[in-house]
Write a protein that binds this ligand. Structure first.
Ligand code: NDP
Ligand code: 2IT
Length: 444
């Protein structure tokens, strides 16, 4: 059996009931097959792939907190420190009831390659909890965040592991966590990114993931003789990534006609009103059913269905496996040109293959959404030098990074005979730097 197949089999056996982790490992290792086969003897002897798929360290802990009725609630917290070959662990904290160890491991594994692709010195990690911030009061969210950080603070630090936001973790949660870290550890340092501007945050970090997604989409289309201006776009989700993806797409002259949340989706034939979306989601923390009040011409549909809109470009920006084979068939039948992932692993393996086989340009999340973590790394730099850069400076660095990522994955795909396969290109380009650093550092 080939080394790649052996390791995939081992991962499934040793990590039962973690389907998302299996999926992420399969996608990466399948892409690396050509590189692994060329170095099979050495990689096998060094157990390189086994070291890559086993986290360096993982923490699972109890998070007790008191709700507004005086009832004690208990959640589970996680932090997986996956790989520190190229820098301190870096990756977000997800707060969502679906969180379990397998989800955090898939996200942490993806983060290794994503962070490598940014070209910045950050290793891969991820964490979170099954706590659901939805419907909780600010005091309850604070109680949870303080309890979560009381344990997490033992394992993180500005030079060891730097968490950030992800689903359910935005500016409010980062603020509460930062305050508790500082209180317990007594150090004012850049231990978290995505901080508020008044206490060490970076301009453009809020916008970075969505803006970065559009910068790479624009570059990819340009290199394939297409222009983003005038295109119709479907965005899913209506959180941080979706909002700023929609905003930048509009600035670049495209028309975004959909957004969604976990209960339904909106179709707005005139183009999504970003100001309304921000008020509904960022200010009122309300549901998308509210959108019609702002835009009477729009339609609200319950449930799934965001990929049924006829569009040129699809940008999944909600969550994993939200775009399946049926959605891919609908998109292709409607003549979609490109799918670029704002979320982490939003497209199933089957759907990805179908899109690629049908000539759809497909940019995977670990490249397409890397602008968020890249700007987090820029926030770390600013914290270290105790300076803040202007919005324009950060935004132009972000754009440079995204353009560079596209060219790196395009070249890696070409170099190995997979011209236009940006999944293979991203995995190989991300892997090469990590392997080089792992080899240089000996068996650790
Ligand atoms: P937010 O919490 O701000 O928004 C998440 C959005 O996705 C909401 O609209 C939410 O709807 C929807 N959503 C979440 N879970 C589900 C689900 N199970 N089914 C349907 N809809 C769902 O998160 P972000 O925008 O920060 O993150 C979105 C994606 O982007 C995630 O995959 C994340 O890992 C990824 N990402 C985020 C980065 C960042 O910087 N924030 C960086 C790189 C990637 P509802 O409110 O109804 O739950
Ligand atoms: O998935 C991701 O890259 C993030 N949630 C952002 C991580 C970060 O450290 O900014």
């Amino acid at each position: 059996m080939s080394y790649v197949d052996e390791v995939i089999e081992q991962v499934i056996k040793q990590n039962p009931a973690e389907p998302e982790f299996h999926q992420a490992v399969k996608e990466v290792l399948e892409s690396l097959r050509v590189v692994v086969e060329a170095n099979e003897e050495k990689f096998r002897k060094d157990a390189l792939l086994e070291r890559l798929v086993n986290p360096e360290r993982q923490f699972k802990f109890r998070v007790p907190w008191v709700d507004d009725k005086g009832q004690v609630q208990v959640n589970t917290g996680y932090r997986v420190q996956f790989n520190s070959a190229i820098g301190p662990y870096k990756g977000g904290l997800r707060l969502h009831p679906s969180v379990n160890l397998g989800i955090i491991k898939f996200l942490g594994f993806e983060q290794i390659f994503k962070n490598s692709l940014t070209g910045l010195p950050i290793g891969g990690g991820k964490g979170g909890s099954d706590f659901d911030p939805k419907g909780k009061s600010d005091r309850e969210v604070m109680a949870f965040c303080q309890s979560f950080m009381t344990e997490l603070c033992k394992y993180i630090g500005a030079d060891t592991d730097v968490p950030a936001g992800d689903i359910g973790t935005g500016a409010r949660e980062i603020g509460f966590m930062f305050g508790q870290y500082k209180r317990i550890r007594g150090v004012y340092e850049g231990v978290l990114t995505g901080k508020g501007l008044s206490y060490g945050g970076s301009l453009a970090r809020t916008e970075a993931t969505g803006y970065g997604l559009l910068y790479i989409t624009e570059e990819m289309l340009k290199c394939n003789g297409q222009d983003i201006a005038g295109k119709t776009v479907a965005v899913s989700g209506s959180g941080n990534v979706a909002i700023y993806a929609t905003q930048k797409a509009q600035q670049l002259g495209a028309k975004v006609v959909t957004v969604s949340d976990s209960t339904g989706w909106v179709y707005d034939p005139d183009g999504i009103d970003v100001a309304a979306l921000k008020e509904i989601k960022e200010v009122n923390r309300a549901r998308l059913t509210e959108y019609k009040k702002y835009r009477p011409n729009s339609e609200y549909h319950e449930g799934k269905g965001v990929w049924s809109a006829k569009v040129d470009i699809a940008l999944p920006c909600a969550t994993q496996n939200e775009l399946d084979i049926e959605d891919a068939k609908t998109l292709v039948a409607n003549g979609v040109l490109a799918v670029c992932e704002g979320a982490n692993m939003p497209t199933t393996l089957e759907a990805t293959e179908y899109l690629q086989k049908n000539g759809v340009y497909f940019v995977p999340g670990k490249a397409a959404n890397a602008g968020g973590v890249a700007t987090s790394a820029l926030e770390m730099s600013q914290n270290s030098e105790r300076l803040s850069w202007s919005f324009e400076e950060v935004d132009s660095k972000l754009k440079g990074i995204m353009v560079n990522i596209f060219h790196n994955l395009d070249s890696a795909a070409k170099k190995y005979g997979f011209d236009g396969n940006y999944v293979v290109g991203a995995n190989i380009a991300g892997f090469e730097k990590v392997v080089d650093a792992m080899n240089a550092q000996g068996i650790v």
